[in-house]
Design a binder for this molecule. Structure first.
Ligand code: SAH
Ligand code: SF4
Ligand code: F3S
Length: 470
């Protein structure tokens, strides 16, 4: 597809801005500013989308609240990755019937990945009559127009078109803090891992123009942001659709060259596309954090093939070895799916042994959840739920031991950390992050928040490090 066809036309976006201005004028005439609440489920891409939704709401004249009883507009940004995630959203949406009864002019909006599933949107239409607006992932930028239609008495609005996806540049954002920022570098996914719903609800891979990304990072750095995360479902395939001869490693270098005092993180990296060039670039770029989330999903080759992951155990372990040779202090994390259809007891043991070999700093573990419409949902899945739960427990216990050991090795070291907030654990005053992204509970003055400091690590647990400023 040509680049011009990938971008939402500027005239369309200008029309949305016009609608925002008209709504803002109307809202300004009210005795008090109306309030909005945006609730986000799912991954960082959804967090980033919610920041854009808040941006549009602010342009429409809304302030924000965390109290659903006083919100004039509620937006729930949904996730479809596992059944549990969807059920949790539906439960919370159901509970909003009460707030709406107490405040009948409240507008309830649902968006995000679960709404891009036709059956889910249909369920909302039929069974959740208090929901006023449903919009899919491909029309996020149209939110002002859709909300205006509801507010003007247009009845319930459902807008969930199927699409390969486009890119809407220049949407306003309200970022959730002054230190950490998400920067989407690409949208969608082409990988069709057999268990995964994301390619169906997020469309095809499309990369933003590198100059736009660099410009956004330049603005963030100038505004004092210190921890910038580049986002995509598979950042390692960045640029393949651009026709510019720029890949993700090149983009990292361009971002690294932006003047300023900030760290660059990125996620997620698919192992099938993690190149030697990427590892060399990570080693060479001083602003790129020594951290990599490299989801392996399983340690068994048959399961990896059935998942359509396009790498095997040996290739993955080789990548980890090459990366560690170049970036010895790398903090490595992964995702694991337990109980993929047909996974046997022996195949699961391969995942445990891979964990012992790699020794991740931390792990995100999931029990397989069949997603309607994906190939894995139709695969025979004979392992009883109890056995999957037991395997899951064993995996978590093994990783907890490894995480605790890895954290214990920090004790006695003095490291650079970014102090990122007040601590509410009752025992320490501050929280901070190492360059590798590990959480540190610290004692120190509040004035240190937002600054780089040196911290001596004096203790460690499975989940975090403890220390003091030096
Ligand atoms: N694009 C990222 C992952 C996005 S989803 C990547 O490729 O790594 C985050 C994680 O959720 C996945 O890595 C996988 O471990 C898990 N996941 C996805 N679909 C799942 C399903 N149907 N059941 C259980 N876990 C799932
Ligand atoms: Fe899902 Fe695989 Fe795409 Fe990740 S790479 S979003 S797991 S299909
Ligand atoms: Fe969920 Fe969509 Fe992210 S399904 S994990 S919010 S891309």
């Amino acid at each position: 597809m040509k680049r011009t066809e990938i971008l939402v036309p500027e005239a369309e976006l200008a029309r949305q801005r016009e609608i925002c201005r008209a709504l803002a004028a109307r809202n300004a005439a009210r005795p008090t500013r109306p309030l909005a609440l945006v609730d986000t489920y799912g991954c960082q891409q959804n967090e980033a989308d919610s920041e854009r939704i808040r941006g549009m709401l602010r342009e429409m004249g809304y302030d924000f609240t965390a109290d659903e009883r006083e919100a004039d507009v509620i937006v729930i940004n949904t996730c479809a990755i596992r059944e549990h995630a969807e059920m949790r959203v539906l439960g919370n949406v159901g509970a909003l019937t009460h707030t709406k009864r107490a405040k009948p002019d409240q507008v309830i909006c649902l968006c995000g990945c679960a709404m891009q599933e036709p059956s889910r949107a249909e369920q909302i239409r039929r069974s959740f009559r208090h929901v006023d607006l449903v919009f899919g992932t491909h029309v996020l930028w149209k939110f002002p127009e859709l909300l205006a239609r509801v507010l003007e008495g247009g009845g319930r609005v459902f807008e969930t078109p199927e699409s390969d996806g486009k890119i809407a540049e220049g949407l306003p954002v309200v970022r959730s803090g002054p230190l950490k920022a998400w920067v989407s570098i690409m949208y969608g996914c082409n990988n069709f891992c057999t268990y995964c719903i994301v390619p169906y609800v997020r469309g095809r891979e499309r990369s933003r123009d590198p100059e736009r990304i660099v410009q956004e990072v330049r603005e963030l750095a100038a505004a004092g942001y210190k921890d910038i995360t580049l986002l995509g479902q598979n950042v390692n395939s960045y640029g393949k659709d651009l026709g510019l001869d720029i890949d993700f490693a090149d983009l990292l270098r361009m971002v690294n060259d932006v003047p300023g005092d900030f760290l660059i993180r990125f996620m997620t990296s698919h192992p099938k596309d993690a190149s030697q060039k990427l590892f060399e670039t990570m080693a060479a770029c001083e602003k790129v954090a020594p951290q990599l989330h490299l989801p392996v999903q399983s340690g068994n080759d048959r399961v990896l093939r059935a998942m359509n992951r396009h790498y095997d155990r040996a290739a993955y372990l080789d990548e980890v070895r090459r990366l560690r040779a170049l970036v010895p202090e790398i903090v490595l994390t992964s995702d694991i799916i337990v109980g993929f259809p047909g996974e046997t007891a022996e195949e699961f043991e391969d995942t445990l042994s891979l964990l012992e070999e790699v020794r991740y700093d931390a792990l995100f573990t999931f029990i397989f959840s069949p997603r309607p419409g994906t190939p894995a949902a139709k695969m025979p899945d004979p392992m009883p739920k109890e056995e999957k739960n037991r395997n899951f427990q064993r995996l978590v216990e093994l990783q907890n031991r490894i995480s605790a050991e890895k954290h214990a090795a920090y004790v006695g070291r003095t490291l650079r950390v970014l102090v990122d907030g007040r601590n509410d654990d009752g025992r320490h005053t501050l929280t901070a992050r190492t360059d590798g992204g590990r959480l540190v509970h610290l004692d120190g003055p509040e004035a240190a928040i937002g600054t780089w400091q040196r911290a001596e690590i004096t203790g460690a647990s499975t989940w975090a490090l403890f220390g003091r400023l030096v």
